[in-house]
Design a protein around this ligand. Structure first.
Ligand code: SAH
Length: 258
């Protein structure tokens, strides 16, 4: 029987995007294994598989060998309910920002409720692109020296993995939750939230909400608002039902068949 720690840890993946140095991949695998986290995902690594990665993984080569390799971040998080982007610089994008402790608590809470969770780390030279950060529900910043805030990639993975471990340890001994909750009450999946955002964008166009202004800024703020709300599947369906009616009324107002 897996423990609550193990059940939740199995739903948390650490995603490294575009890693340049294979040594960092190995060191990250080691960081995960020391903290009891089983899942590493590599998105478009520059130099992998590589001897250096396995050397730096030390005893964690099993975890490294099991790492999934995918071409894009979108594919790596498609089935996730909660995606956190780790950024070396503070407040680069309009995302809710957490310190590692808070981020780990929210991540473990989502995983314990049955959600799939991803913590996403960027490239050594350039971090995560703005498009990649747009796929994240919130950001995490380790409050390092503001004049020198960029940790080595594997060191950042270690800090976050440690915080995840503390939050996971708190589950052991606590009453088990979540596994038998009704699917409607499960956190909405990434794909369903993206479907909702696409329909929201179409609806705002249909009701001429933007009136010639650039739609991007409003959409960014709306994404932030809805992502903060932690919507479940039922709530996403309710919101999409409202949008469908607004779209129908807009068609009628233009003299088109409803
Ligand atoms: N030069 C890059 C830094 C990349 S460091 C930049 O300025 O964005 C590689 C990765 O390690 C980052 O993308 C981030 O995921 C993680 N990282 C490094 N320092 C961090 C910090 N202080 N807080 C959170 N994540 C950090």
């Amino acid at each position: 029987m897996p423990t609550p720690f193990q059940r939740a840890a199995a739903r948390i993946r650490i995603v490294l995007v575009g890693t340049q140095h294979p040594g960092n991949i190995g060191a990250a695998a080691r960081a995960l294994k020391t903290m009891g986290l089983p899942r590493l995902v590599l998105v478009d690594p520059e130099d992998y598989p590589a001897e250096e990665a396995f050397r730096r993984a030390a005893g964690a080569d099993d975890l490294l060998a099991g790492a999934q390799v995918l071409p894009t971040l979108a594919e790596a998080v498609a089935d996730c309910h909660f995606v956190l982007g780790c950024t070396a610089r503070s407040r680069r994008v309009a995302l809710e920002e957490h310190v590692p402790r808070q981020a780990a608590e929210r991540a473990v809470e989502a995983a314990a409720r049955g959600g799939e969770v991803a913590l996403v780390f960027g490239r050594e030279r350039t971090g995560l692109s703005n498009e990649e950060l747009q796929l994240c529900h919130a950001s995490v910043h380790i409050p390092a020296n503001p004049e020198y805030s960029s940790l080595n990639l594997a060191a950042a993975v270690q800090v976050l993995s440690y915080e995840l471990r503390l939050a996971l340890l708190a589950l052991d001994g606590a009453p088990a939750t979540g596994d038998d909750r009704h699917p409607d009450e499960a956190p909405a999946s990434h794909a369903h939230l993206e479907g909702f955002f696409a329909q929201l964008g179409d609806t705002l166009d249909a009701i001429d909400f933007h009136k010639g202004r650039m739609p991007d800024s409003a959409m960014r703020k709306l994404r932030r608002l809805y992502l903060r709300a932690n919507l479940n599947e039922q709530e996403v369906r309710l919101l999409r039902g409202i949008l469908a009616d607004a779209q129908r009324m807009a068609r009628l107002a233009r003299g088109l068949p409803g």
